[in-house]
Structure formats: structure tokens, C-alpha cells
Write a protein that binds this ligand. Structure first.
Ligand SMILES: [Mn+2]
Length: 349
């Protein structure tokens, strides 16, 4: 296991020099943030990013993520050119030597929360989701009222996309994912890049849009669809754990045994009702995820890939990107490190 940390590039308020000081963290998870969705990622920019990370004494080991253009998810004819560009980006990753690509296949919206500063009993704040709040959010004027999505889509863009998805139910979305994977997996295999699909967050339909990467059966369907070692998953404990019926440790075991957990996101959530949860500190006692059992399953299945503490709370008056402050994610990293050392005897340095 390699402990990693997400870094949003030079505009991230958390500098690489601070990440370098978290014991055991040696890898960086990042992306290029100025490439229009659908364009091919230039090798030179990836090489520059990698060099920046290395000059801080860290390795760039995961790209999270290269966004998948909506027209690929919709199965529209322009997907041919867009998939060709995606393949070019994967090849560029391979040439520069970045081994893992985390991506997702969620229509229109990526992660979704209804509260970015839900107050916990200890005075910290965490991300939270309540479906009863979501259904009252008005998106007819665009994404302006959605927490964290202010400028993402105008009213017209959103209307057009939602119209497009009227013809795309879950099975059509599966077909479009299959079409995409059949074309990118062989390229990734040849490039030496491991693909790691991220589960949908939260793992249920929102705004009438289908979401399909929600549970163990879905993850097994993905890796079986194109049966290659390059075709794997990101085990995101918090995304999967928002659905109480998901036994995350059992999922880690099942997918891990097939050698397809290529990246692990570890965070904890407390489910407080039907389609209602909030994030918590990472340790098992604070949420519904048994993190020890998850890491034990990863150990037992021979997991050797990158892992990162996922979202953290805002603590100690830190200001920053919700979910991605330094302090609580660093506490999470230290906790994960301790669990792993106890489980494996591996002593990170
Ligand atoms: Mn995640």
C-alpha cells in the first residue's frame, strides 16, 4: 500500500511542502485543471505536473480524474472523437509514468451534497446529504443553488443535458459505459495504466438522472465487462457506505480477490436515514464504516495500490475547500497508516 494525498495543483491552499510532512504520505493524487472537458491531455503538461510533485519529494501516482465528456455517457455520435482523445490522454499518462487513473461515469453531476458545513457535536463541520433537501432544490435556473456547483452549468446547458438523458436509462448508461471501456481498456493495458472507476456519490439517482455504479454487483459487472487487469475500481468507502445495504469490507474482499482494487479512498460516513448521511472522522467508532475490517480485507486480498484519506472535516478553524482541508485529512492518513502497520507489520518511512 502506498499512502497518498489529493492535491488540487498550485491553486490548492494546501501546499505540497505541508503534505510532505504528513508521516507516511509519499504519493500525490492530482489532475490538470485547465483542460476543457473532452480535449486530449498534453503529455508535456502531465510531465510538468509530475516534475513539480517530484521536486517536493513526492511521487505523482494517480490522476483523479480525467472527466468523461457527457456525450460519451449519452452515447452521442461525437463520442468517437472524444473517446479517441481520452485514449490519447491515457497514453500520455503511460509515457510520463503515472500508473493509475481514477474516473467516474456519473451523468451531469459528480459528487453531490446538500450541506457543505454540517456541524458535528465536537464543533467541526462536515459534508452532508439529505435527499429530502435535494428534491426541493431548484435547478431550472442552472446549478447556482447547488452546494459546490455554483458556476458549473447555465440554465440552458443544464436543460439540454437533462433532455438528452430522457432517453438514457440505467441500461443505456451501462451500454455506453461498455462501449467506452471496450475502447479505453486495451489502450490502458498497453500504456501500463490501471483504470479505477469511482463509485457514484451518493450511490442513487438524483434529479431523475440514472446512477449505476452503486454496489458490489455493479462493480463486479464493470470489471467483468472487459476482463483485463487494467480494468479496476476505486474502493471509495464513503461513497459505497452511504448505502446501508453495502457491506464495504465484503466488497473490498470480493473485488480485491480479483486483483481489481487499483485505488482506495478511505473515509467514514454516518447514515442517519433513508438517503441521508453525513461525513465523520475517519476512525471506525465515529461512523458506520468498520475501517479496520476494510483494510484487513484489502490486506488479505493482497492490495498494493495507492490509498488516500478521503474527505476530511473542517477542524481547528481551518478555511479551505470543503472536504479537502489539510488537518483532518492528515489525521485520517495517520490513522490509516497505523491500521496498516498493525495489520501488515509494514513500517512506512
Ligand atoms: Mn471517493
Amino acid at each position: 500500500m502506498q499512502l497518498t494525498f489529493r492535491w488540487f495543483g498550485t491553486s490548492d491552499p494546501v501546499p505540497l511542502s505541508h503534505i510532505r510532512q504528513i508521516p507516511g504520505v509519499t504519493g500525490i493524487v492530482s489532475a490538470l485543471y485547465d483542460i476543457p472537458v473532452g480535449d486530449a491531455w498534453p503529455r508535456s503538461q502531465l510531465a510538468t505536473l509530475k516534475a513539480d510533485v517530484e521536486s517536493a519529494g513526492l511521487d505523482l501516482v494517480v490522476i483523479e480524474s480525467i472527466p468523461v465528456h457527457e456525450n460519451i455517457k449519452l452515447g452521442w455520435p461525437t463520442r468517437e472523437r472524444l473517446i479517441a482523445n481520452y485514449c490519447a490522454s491515457i497514453r500520455a499518462m503511460g509515457e510520463v509514468g503515472i500508473p493509475v487513473l481514477c474516473y467516474n461515469f456519473m451523468p451531469v453531476f459528480d459528487w453531490m451534497r446538500t450541506d457543505l458545513a454540517h456541524r458535528l457535536d465536537d464543533g467541526s463541520t462536515a459534508l452532508a446529504y439529505d435527499d429530502r433537501v435535494l428534491v426541493d432544490l431548484d435547478i431550472s435556473h442552472g446549478t447556482g443553488d447547488l452546494p459546490g456547483w455554483a458556476a458549473a452549468y447555465s440554465a440552458n446547458q443544464l436543460r439540454e443535458l437533462l433532455l438528452g438523458y430522457r432517453d438514457v436509462g440505467p441500461e443505456e448508461l451501462w451500454d455506453n459505459l461498455a462501449y467506452f471501456l471496450e475502447r479505453i481498456v486495451p489502450v490502458a493495458e498497453e500504456a501500463g495504466v490501471r483504470l479505477a472507476i469511482h463509485p457514484d456519490d451518493p450511490p442513487w439517482p438524483i434529479f431523475g438522472l440514472p446512477r449505476i455504479i452503486t454496489d458490489s454487483a455493479a462493480l463486479e459487472r464493470v470489471i467483468s465487462m472487459v476482463d483485463s487487469p487494467a480494468n479496476g475500481v476505486t474502493l471509495c468507502t464513503g461513497s459505497l457506505g452511504a448505502l446501508a445495504s453495502n457491506d464495504v469490507a465484503a466488497i473490498a474482499q470480493r473485488i480485491g480477490e480479483r486483483g481489481r482494487v487499483h485505488f482506495a479512498h478511505c473515509r467514514n460516513v454516518r447514515v442517519t436515514g433513508e438517503r441521508r448521511f453525513h461525513e465523520t472522522p475517519h476512525p471506525s467508532g465515529f461512523g458506520d464504516i468498520d475501517m479496520f475490517a476494510v483494510l484487513r480485507a484489502l490486506r488479505d486480498s493482497g492490495f498494493r495500490g495507492p490509498m488516500r484519506s478521503d474527505h476530511g472535516r473542517m477542524i481547528w478553524d481551518e478555511q479551505g475547500r470543503p472536504g479537502y482541508g489539510l488537518h483532518d485529512r492528515a489525521l485520517g492518513a495517520a490513522y490509516l497508516n497505523g491500521l496498516w502497520e498493525g495489520l501488515t507489520g509494514d513500517v512506512p518511512t
